[in-house]
Design a protein around this ligand. Structure first.
Ligand code: ATR
Length: 277
């Protein structure tokens, strides 16, 4: 029986066991996927003894993604650019790492809004943390024209703009509404709108009618930002699909079969969100 895990600190809220458990059952694979809380001080020992613990690999979440990058052998260009690993596996006894956040973000939009990146001019991205960095990478990979990157702490946006080059322009938060003019896509990567956080309160009226709005927050599924977009009749993609799609490559590595993101899986995770928040 193959065993995989998600490791973080804290980890109790992770929905990854639900996702991988669904796929194991659906595909009839003898395997397990468990939640493991590991404090930062103990992460190196945990990650470097996977074989002894009987694991094929697993997912890594906050606050261990950077440590996982340092400890693993990384061929994946995405993980190398982000300097963060969210998926570990053993290959001929060697600890390997990759980052599936970019693929998850792109696959969600590809599935829910086909053609979204066919002629991508201006994109407005809110937030300049780790999630934003992954999304900027994905947008540039898809040939975006320009990215207006808006963050409460301007210096963090400026640092990302320096990292990614001239396509990314850093702007302060008070420029957010003006920046929406002429944008094809608006992405929220901040934690605003998440259950227990302040809502993301933005007047979207300057967005073109053809614009797409997406949020990486998925609890609640319809964030205040997505509700505002709905009221204006704008196209929307919620953040749940990113969570589901980023899980696919890891499952394939550990268990040897490529799973699919289906309406049944979405419904299962959605029911859990509705039950527990
Ligand atoms: P992640 O790795 O999920 O991106 P992070 O690195 O902690 O997490 O980044 C969180 C993002 O949400 C940041 O852009 C943060 O803005 P700052 O860089 O100014 O901290 C943003 N954010 C969190 N709370 C916010 C708030 N109340 N108002 C505006 N932005 C907020």
């Amino acid at each position: 029986m193959k065993r995989a895990f998600v490791v973080g600190y804290p980890i109790s809220h992770s929905r990854s066991p639900l996702i991988h458990g669904f796929w194991l059952k659906e595909l009839g694979i003898q395997g397990s996927y468990e939640r493991i809380a590991v404090e930062p001080v103990a992460f190196e020992t945990f990650a470097t003894t996977l074989a002894d613990q009987g694991f094929a690999g697993g997912n890594v979440t906050v606050p261990h993604k950077e440590a996982a990058f340092r400890l693993a052998s990384v061929d994946d260009p995405v993980a190398r650019d982000l300097e963060a690993v969210n998926t570990l596996w053993l290959e001929a006894g060697v600890l390997k790492g990759m980052n599936t956040d970019v693929a998850g973000f792109l696959a969600n939009l590809d599935q829910e809004a086909p053609g979204w990146s066919d002629s991508l001019g201006r994109v407005v991205v809110l937030g300049a943390g780790g999630a934003s960095r992954a999304i900027l990478y994905g947008l540039i990979q898809r040939g975006v024209g320009e990215i207006l990157l808006i963050n409460r702490t301007l210096e963090r946006a400026e640092a990302l703009a320096r990292h990614f080059g001239s396509k990314v322009k850093a702007l302060p938060w008070d420029q957010a509404e003006v920046a929406l003019e002429g944008a094809d896509l608006l992405v929220n990567t901040t934690s605003l709108g998440m259950k227990g956080q302040q809502p993301l309160d933005l007047d979207l009226s300057r967005l073109p009618k053809s614009a797409l709005v997406t949020d990486i927050v998925y609890v609640p599924l319809e964030t205040p930002l997505l509700a505002a977009a709905r009221q204006l009749g704008l196209a929307r993609v919620d953040g749940l699909g990113m969570l589901l799609h980023q899980a696919v490559p890891g499952f394939e590595r550990w268990f040897g079969a490529r799973p699919e993101v289906t309406p049944q899986l979405r419904a299962l995770v959605l029911a859990d969100i509705e039950a527990k928040g």
